[in-house]
Design a protein around this ligand. Structure first.
Ligand SMILES: Cc1cc2nc3c(=O)[nH]c(=O)nc-3n(C[C@H](O)[C@H](O)[C@H](O)COP(=O)(O)OP(=O)(O)OC[C@H]3O[C@@H](n4cnc5c(N)ncnc54)[C@H](O)[C@@H]3O)c2cc1C
Length: 315
């Protein structure tokens, strides 16, 4: 992160948040970026339509993406490095002036000498804690990345709330934590909260799905950032929002509103019928949730607002 050099060609190993963010940062600075990942599918945990939309935006930036890569070796040749890989049964030697490994972070507990205090660690080195974040040694607690939970600054802050609650005996613990949003700071940013379409189906919900291309949002046009796709999942029985995936400008702000709606068990109509200031990206919720029903053969009803919208030229 402190490197003062702009590589001509940067190879990034990994397919998570940090790999994606650095790919976009360096592509925007003008480097040629190649993103390599072991998994066969780009953003395999995300819904296909969202992953495709992000993939497309990466391609528009000239970022090359290779999935299903087998890594063989890295050779340091002074000014350049050579990464040998196998891809599509072919052996390839990729030359770059920088390689970034972004393959995940293990909890940094090595220097804490947990064994001397008798504190148990799991296989990745995380302190094993209960829902009160208490380790097996009753007076030792672990907050933040070291306890093996989601690695975010605001999760660390919520861990702190648990510790305060332990001291004040107010009953907050990890089981009471609600869905929390996350944002990947790519361009445009991708933010999500709650369940995706495939997760909701897996859990057994009967759902409605709504989508809106970012190009239909007036503020996105004003900002000259029309790329992206917004999507939300609704419980078809209760009309409560189960989750949202927002790949659009300022999604890192918008997602907090959906998180609140989920926590308060608001119906999607409530979010749809709010008066939002204009021009703002949050206005998109008026349209995203303005669903027209399309009956499908399955029990899952799909609402796709993109197909009924006026064309971009008319905005
Ligand atoms: C590139 C990158 C981008 C990220 N972007 C985001 C983001 O956009 N949003 C987000 O929410 N999260 C982000 N994160 C994750 C976030 O930084 C961490 O989840 C958060 O910092 C965890 O806080 P922590 O206090 O548990 O650990 P840290 O912030 O790592 O703090 C641990 C502290 O303990 C100190 N320490 C370590 N060992 C010892 C020792 N033996 N003795 C004394 N002190 C010690 C360290 O020096 C450090 O100061 C990002 C992480 C990375 C690497």
């Amino acid at each position: 992160m402190n490197s003062p050099i702009l590589p001509k060609h940067l190879l990034i190993i990994g397919g998570g948040f940090i790999a994606l963010e650095f790919a976009v940062i360096y592509a925007n600075f003008g480097s040629k970026v190649t993103l390599l990942q072991r998994k066969e599918t780009f953003l395999e945990k995300e819904d296909k339509d969202i992953a495709e939309s992000i993939y497309e935006s990466f391609q528009q930036k000239g970022i090359e993406i290779l999935c299903g890569v087998e890594f063989v070796e890295i050779e340091d040749k002074g000014d350049i490095s050579i990464l040998s890989i196998k891809h599509n049964r072919q052996s390839l030697r990729l030359e770059a002036d920088a390689i970034l490994s972004a393959t995940g972070r293990d909890p940094n507990t090595q220097s804490l000498c947990c064994d001397k205090a008798g504190v148990e660690l799991d296989i990745r080195g995380a302190v094993i804690v209960n829902d009160k974040l208490q380790s097996n040694v009753s007076h030792i607690y672990a907050l933040g990345d070291v306890n093996g939970g989601a690695q975010f600054t605001y999760v660390l802050l919520d861990d702190y709330r648990i510790i305060v609650s332990n001291m004040c005996n107010t009953g907050y613990n990890r089981t009471k934590r609600k869905a929390f949003p996350s944002s990947v700071f790519i361009d445009p940013p991708f933010s999500k909260v709650g369940l995706s379409e495939k997760e909701a189906i897996k859990v057994g919900y009967e759902i409605k799905v709504v989508r809106l291309p970012a190009a239909m949002i007036p503020k996105a046009i004003v900002l000259k950032k029309p790329q992206g796709l917004l999507k939300a999942i609704i419980n078809a029985k209760t009309n409560e929002i189960l989750g949202a995936m927002l790949f659009c400008e300022e999604s890192y702000e918008m997602i907090n509103l959906i998180k609140l709606a989920i926590d308060l068990k608001l119906s999607y109509e409530m979010v749809k019928n709010q008066i939002y200031a204009h021009p703002t990206m949050s206005e998109a919720f008026n349209d995203l949730f303005n669903v027209r029903e399309v009956k499908m053969a399955s029990s899952i009803q799909v609402f796709d607002i993109a197909s009924i919208y006026i064309s971009l030229d008319n905005i």
